[in-house]
Design a protein around this ligand. Sequence first.
Ligand SMILES: *Cc1c(COP(=O)(O)O)cnc(C)c1O
Length: 387
Amino acid sequence: MQKPIYLDYNATTPVDPEVFQAMEPFFVEQFGNASSSSHSYGWEANHAVKKARSQVADLLNCDPKEIVWTSGATESNNMAIMGLVRQYAGEKPHIITENSEHKAVLEVFEMAEELGIADATFLPVDELGRVSQSEVADSMKSSTKLVSIMMANNEIGTLQPIAEIAEFLKDHDCLFHTDAAQAAGKVEIDLQKLPVDMLSISGHKMYGPKGIGALYIRKSNPATRLLPIIRGGAQENGLRPGTLNVPGIVGLGAACELCSKKMSEENSRLKGLRDKLIKNILEACPEAKLNGHPTERLPNNASFSFENLSSDVFALGLSGLALSSGSACTSSDGKPSHVISALGRPDAEAKATIRVGLGRLTTEQDIETTSTKIIQMVEKNRAISSN
Ligand SMILES: *Cc1c(COP(=O)(O)O)cnc(C)c1O
């Protein structure tokens, strides 16, 4: 049986063979605990962790000391938000985010509200999925201590105006966190120029392994202060206790270095394929709408919603394509995606949505086949509904 064409790179990516090769020695041979300071097993592991920290810092143009290892972007987001809220315990700080964030931000905001330890605002997005700097400005209170706005949306690819929001917040006693799980490795990030205080990344969205991520925490101008959300050891300066995942860390480091090298060439190739797909679909299918911003979007994402698409045709039409449909990340629960709904699309269209995530192994032929299948699905639906 032929394998389906993988078009779900916004859900996860394969580990790049070069990354895997870099990780391999750290399972069986160099298995030391990076905290063991009395023998060479520990030194080797510690050295590898140090190298990886520099590789991550190089991609983001920050100091290696500003990188804290986590289990992924979900944990990084929790650490940033809850760590900041804990810092203001008893004051009930005001925190701001927007409606199209990943659940790993939205649900943490909801949890802080439910616990009664923060007062949260969820800003709307426009029909292209963007929140504006002026809306952030208008919702600021004297008690606002954190704004968290993602760099790139995982379902619709929209890039948020992070630089504008960061510049605005620079003059306020309020931290700015951005979930860059989708953006890192695809969008140029220069933390010497971009005044964000905290930034989350994830290994498995950038050809590294699953279960590893990092949180960038600005150390100066101004220094960011967080309290740990889990306890139990002195690793990562006590901010993130627990034995370091050395193979994962080595993998994330190698993945960052590869992205630094490949980013510009890969982006222009993927943009070309993405735009070809968008053109093919929109020209052949007046029923189709592109979700997200037409130009301010990830190079590797195209999301479409369809008008009046029967769910049976939809369910059958996409065999052979491994992509997300319906509510993308949460497509198993049958509810329309909160992101597509936030754009103002009706439920039926939100359910008739597909996300095509392109990546390192996507070929021109893959995009031709994908275009043909999607167009055939829409034509079949048209034939049925005109009967
Ligand atoms: C994938 C993703 C996450 C979660 O990352 P994990 O490493 O799987 O925990 C968070 N935010 C965004 C935008 C993502 O795309």
